[in-house]
Design a protein around this ligand. Structure first.
Ligand SMILES: [Zn+2]
Length: 290
């Protein structure tokens, strides 16, 4: 059975490691991410953005695919199905669709007060159904499904106010951005992270935009209380690169190389390898149910 993400993240904070939250886009993504997590015996958060869910015909389809595949693969690790960057309405839909975890991104609301009010409401609705909830303070830079954030650093007092609503884990901007990092990126702002940690105690913190952050900065962030790291772009890149290589090598017309099961295989294998690499970097390998 799919679980919520609270227990696994609380354990990650206590054990000083982080759990990868990998974005799924379709069957191949879901399959590759699950196989990698099972083979490394890591707890797993598999998440869908609103756009990726729409692409797959909706939250119910995503839930059924993830749930059915979890059973069909006979996984022995805890897996949570999480909504990534949901609006208030999307959160309600995912609660209804049977997601075990949601993220309400109120950082784009007109005011912090609206973010706070909606957070309180959604915490109650989620917890009534045993669903874990992530909220956000200070927008993450880069692009999220067409919404471009400038990457502000979260205000520690606002983080504390959101934490007091009873959220299970918190996304707080610390100079991280979605997508590929520009060459002049100054790096994560660890002073800001430490200030947020000081105000939020043992609440698991979430690092969005995990693609392209140097490994030493990832490790330092985990030491400072980051327990969930989102990985999206990186799997897209390795999938695209491996597929390009296959096509450019002329393999499409070698025998039945056009068969989608052959065409998509190099990208699928590349996603398994990358997911395993991330899990080992974050230190959640071997943590399973322990
Ligand atoms: Zn994000």
């Amino acid at each position: 059975m799919l679980v919520n993400a609270k227990a696994m993240l609380d354990k990650a904070v206590a054990g000083h490691y982080a759990i990868g939250a990998f974005n799924t886009n379709n069957l191949e993504w879901c399959h590759a991410i699950m196989v990698a997590a099972e083979e490394t015996q890591s707890p797993l958060i598999i998440q869908s953005s609103m756009g990726a869910a729409k692409y797959q015909t909706g939250y119910k389809t995503v839930k059924k695919l993830v749930n059915a595949m979890y059973k069909a693969l006979d996984l022995t690790i805890p897996v949570a199905l999480h909504l990534d960057h949901g609006t208030y309405e999307a959160c309600l839909e995912c609660i209804d669709a049977g997601f075990t975890s949601i993220m309400y991104d109120g950082s784009h609301e007109e005011s912090f007060e609206i973010n706070l009010k909606n957070t309180k409401d959604l915490v109650k609705r989620a917890h009534d159904k045993g669903i874990s909830i992530e909220c956000e303070v200070g927008s993450i830079g880069g692009e999220e499904d067409g919404v471009v954030g400038m990457g502000e650093v979260a205000d520690p007092d606002e983080c504390a106010a959101i934490a007091e609503c009873g959220v299970d884990f918190l996304a707080a901007g610390i100079g991280n951005i979605h997508g590929v990092y520009p060459e002049n990126w100054p790096g994560l702002q660890f002073d800001a992270l430490a200030a947020i940690k000081a105000k939020t105690g043992d609440l698991p913190l979430v690092l969005h935009g995990g693609t392209g952050i140097p490994d030493d900065q990832i490790k330092k962030a985990v030491d400072l209380g980051v327990a969930k790291i989102n990985v999206n772009t990186e799997l897209q890149l390795v999938f695209a690169d491996a597929t390009e290589e296959y096509v450019k090598a002329g393999k499409i017309h070698e025998g039945k190389g056009f068969d989608p099961r052959k065409l998509l295989k190099p990208g699928y294998d590349a996603m398994i390898a990358k997911t395993k690499e991330k899990i080992c970097l974050f230190g959640s390998d071997g943590k399973g149910w322990n």
